[in-house]
Design a protein around this ligand. Structure first.
Ligand SMILES: [Cu+2]
Length: 764
């Protein structure tokens, strides 16, 4: 068994040749700026510096040394169209003032990093050290930041998942994230706590690679355009979540934002002047090739169809994994996915719409959410393209097919699904070795009494007066994730032997609601195959799945029908009806599964730790649509960094959450009241702090603990013995002033004790 230190040294040694074996070749244009961020940036100025001019945003050269890239992120509650926006949009330049978050012109509260939406871009070269001081300035609410697409082979504690890799950063707290940008490509950072991503806590994380390892460097001239797509609602997502889940609102987005900009309705000032909000505009030169890096930062079920009028998309990369280029008419991206495509400006000088069309919960059955940006050729007038734009659009299949179409797999002749694409990187253990493990992970929305939304016998799922009040629960293998109260990776010594569950340890979860810490364990360096099955009985839905710590190969994807069962997929596989495309299978970290179908993934488990696998729709992940891969044994996981923050449950009687009594420990002041309170606490004369339940074992539903009858019997005997002399005394020395007499008060008590005595004696 390899020791942690040895594993770390090996990881670093393996990384070195990858980072430094470069040879000089051609480069795409990246405008160089100044020297912000080569040293820690003072929090005082963090929300006024222009982070897009960070010194680490540069042309990546083969022989250049890596840089240390510093960022200061201040997370705050904020407001769109605030006083910082002055006359926006009636004076368009006001919309771009510092601290103005225009969004779509509709005022709402939101969360921002450095008073920007999206937050500051991180743009580095592969091998750079990224150092982010995350300052939580929320009044009430903790946070963590996840670096979606980075695997953290030597920094698993930096993955930013609450209760898995770290404790939430409390309000007022700061946490320094520090890791090497190892995975090249288009990624993003986002909060991994609650619905904060939906409220605005996200931003680009671009890791450019030097020419020697850039497969597609000759296909484009400019690499400066990023598209961050967000589904946008007009309230805080916490209240939207509560309203929807308690049958008082919708989970549908009315609008989309592209790089924080978008139109919704015409804006009107007090003089009844009309104006439109600004939309994102890309100024391009004719006859050039532009690489666009598309990031889907959405939080609801709103896949986005992207197209550019009169232009084709040359799709070259997804989730940082380069693919053999395919020409497409359009592409569809799901929450958490990234796509890089090249647009060649080979059309007459003009303005052209880039269209972003919401599908599924964003489509014409609901609120028809769509947004636009403008591709403006040099020499074209300022203004909108002449073409009217609406939610509807006409596909032009003579340009090529749609890539990654909604709920279509390899069975479709009208689209290019992920397994049809070929990876540029050579095959590896993940797709050339037989799998050591195969896990079926099935899901649907289930009619269950999930106690968060339905209480059996009070307002149970089948009991509520209106069918519309029924809340179906999405679950993986009929289990809802229940995260522990401490991070599994950094406080792994606290893990109890019976803490984890999976489908092999729970019973009757198809009928009942089950919630526990859902963990699938695999050995280091094993090949893992995941068969994801979207049963698709309840709704015609769609879920994108994201795996932390790894890239996987997408080896199969098919829609079989409107719905399907795991048994049917197993039978299809047994009969050889499932075709795994192993050779050159594309590498991704987020993938969709057709509703009523399956997607099959394979990964090589060489990154020890606890890694989350979850639906990237926040409303689903946050109510338990996730599970955890435990890769390797604890001693194979990297040692915990010194002084790493700790957290967890605490109660006075809870032995395992800390042997020391924190009340004793924190007592230092000579305060009389404090000492008295402390004594009272010890004498149990003031109410105890309520005991927080310890991590439940599996299954979680336990009957209320019964006091044994023998204990009750002893208590009753005790009462009788104590009451008897008093009863007899008062009976014998009856006082005339007492009208009712002792028997009137003591007799019922004595009788109750006798009845209790008999009952307890019988139940022994
Ligand atoms: Cu989902």
């Amino acid at each position: 068994m390899m020791r942690p230190r040895k594993t770390m040294i090996w990881n670093v040694l393996l990384l070195l040749p990858y980072l430094f074996a470069h040879e000089s070749q051609s480069e795409a244009v990246i405008t160089a700026y100044n020297d912000i961020g080569l040293a820690p940036v003072d929090p005082e100025i963090a929300d006024t510096v222009d982070w897009s001019r960070h010194a680490c945003r540069r042309t990546c050269r083969n022989d250049a040394p890596p840089l240390d890239c510093y960022y200061t992120f201040k997370l705050e509650s904020y407001e769109t169209m605030s006083k910082a926006c002055y006359d926006c949009p009636f004076n368009i330049t006001d919309c771009f003032r510092p601290h103005c978050v225009p969004a779509d012109g509709i005022r709402r509260s939101l969360l921002v990093v450095n008073r920007q939406l999206p937050g500051p871009p991180i743009e580095v070269c592969q091998g750079d050290m990224i150092i982010v001081d995350m300052i939580n300035m929320l009044h009430s609410g903790s946070t963590t930041m996840h670096w979606h697409g980075q695997h953290h082979l030597v920094s698993p504690y930096m993955d930013g998942v609450p209760y898995i890799s770290q404790c939430p950063i409390p309000p007022g707290g700061t946490f320094r994230y520090k890791y090497i940008a190892t995975e090249g490509g288009t990624h993003f950072w986002h909060s991994h706590l609650g619905f904060q991503r939906g409220d605005g806590v996200f931003g680009p994380l671009l890791v450019r690679v030097p020419p020697a390892v850039n497969w597609h460097k000759d296909l484009y001239d400019f690499d400066e355009f990023t598209l961050v797509v967000a589904d946008w609602v007009h309230e805080l997502s916490d209240s939207m979540f509560l309203a929807h889940h308690h049958a008082n609102g919708t989970n549908k987005a009315p609008n989309l934002l592209i790089n924080g900009l978008g139109r919704y309705t015409h804006m009107r000032d007090e003089n009844e002047t009309l104006a439109d909000m600004p939309v994102l505009t890309f100024d391009v030169q004719p006859n050039s090739r532009y690489r666009f890096r598309l990031i889907n930062a959405e939080f609801l079920n709103c896949p986005i169809e992207v197209s550019v009028d009169n232009h084709t998309l040359l799709v070259i990369s997804s989730d940082g994994g380069d693919i053999e280029p395919v020409q497409a008419e359009s592409l569809v991206s799901y929450a958490g996915e990234r796509f890089d495509f090249i647009v060649e400006t080979n059309q007459p000088v003009d303005n052209y719409w880039m269209r972003f069309r919401g599908l599924m919960d964003c489509d014409e059955r609901f609120l028809s959410a769509y947004q636009v940006a403008i591709l403006r050729y040099e020499g074209a007038p300022d203004g909108n393209p002449d073409v009217e734009v609406s939610y509807d659009r006409v596909r032009n299949d003579s340009y090529g097919l749609q890539v990654n179409a909604l709920n279509e797999g390899t069975e479709s002749n009208n689209s290019i699904s992920m397994p049809m694409l070929n990876a540029m990187d050579s095959d590896d253990a993940s797709n050339s070795r037989e799998p050591d493990y195969q896990f079926y992970i099935s899901y649907d929305f289930y009619a269950k009494d999930n106690p968060s939304f339905h209480r059996k016998n009070l307002y149970g799922f089948h009991q509520v007066k209106d069918h519309k009040q029924r809340l179906f629960t999405p679950q993986l293998n009929h289990i809802s994730m229940k995260l522990p109260s401490f991070p599994l990776l950094s406080q792994r010594d606290l893990i109890q032997p019976d803490q984890f569950c999976n489908s092999s340890t729970v019973e009757e979860c198809e009928k009942n609601f089950c919630a526990c810490s859902h963990v699938l364990q695999v050995k280091m360096n094993s090949v893992v195959e995941l068969v994801l099955v979207d049963e698709g009985f309840t709704f015609d839905a769609n879920h994108p799945f994201h795996l932390h710590g790894y890239q996987f190969r997408v080896v199969a994807m098919e829609r079989v029908g409107h719905n399907i069962t795991v048994a049917e997929v197993k039978e299809m596989d047994r009969r050889g009806l499932i075709n795994r495309k192993l050779k050159k299978a594309p590498l991704k970290d987020t993938v969709t599964v057709p509703d009523g179908g399956y997607t099959i993934l394979r990964f090589f488990a060489d990154n020890p730790g606890y890694w989350l696998f979850h639906c990237h729709i926040e409303f689903h992940a946050e109510i338990g649509m996730s599970l955890i891969f435990k890769v390797g044994e604890h001693e194979q996981m990297l040692p915990v960094p010194p002084n790493f923050p700790k957290c967890g449950d605490w109660s006075r009687k809870d032995g395992h959450s800390g042997a020391d009594d924190p009340v004793d420990k924190t007592y230092t002041q000579n305060d009389e009241t404090y000492v008295k309170n402390l004594q009272n606490l010890r004498n149990n004369t003031i109410p105890m702090i309520p005991t927080i339940p310890t991590i439940p074992t599996i299954p979680t539903i336990n009957a209320t603990r019964q006091v044994p009858a023998s204990v009750d019997l002893l208590v009753t005997i005790d009462h009788l013995v104590k009451l008897w002399p008093r009863f007899m005394g008062e009976l014998l020395h009856r006082r005339p002033s007492s009208a009712s007499g002792p028997s009137a008060t003591l007799l019922p008590i004595m009788l109750a004790c006798l009845v209790s005595f008999v009952v307890n004696l019988r139940s022994l």
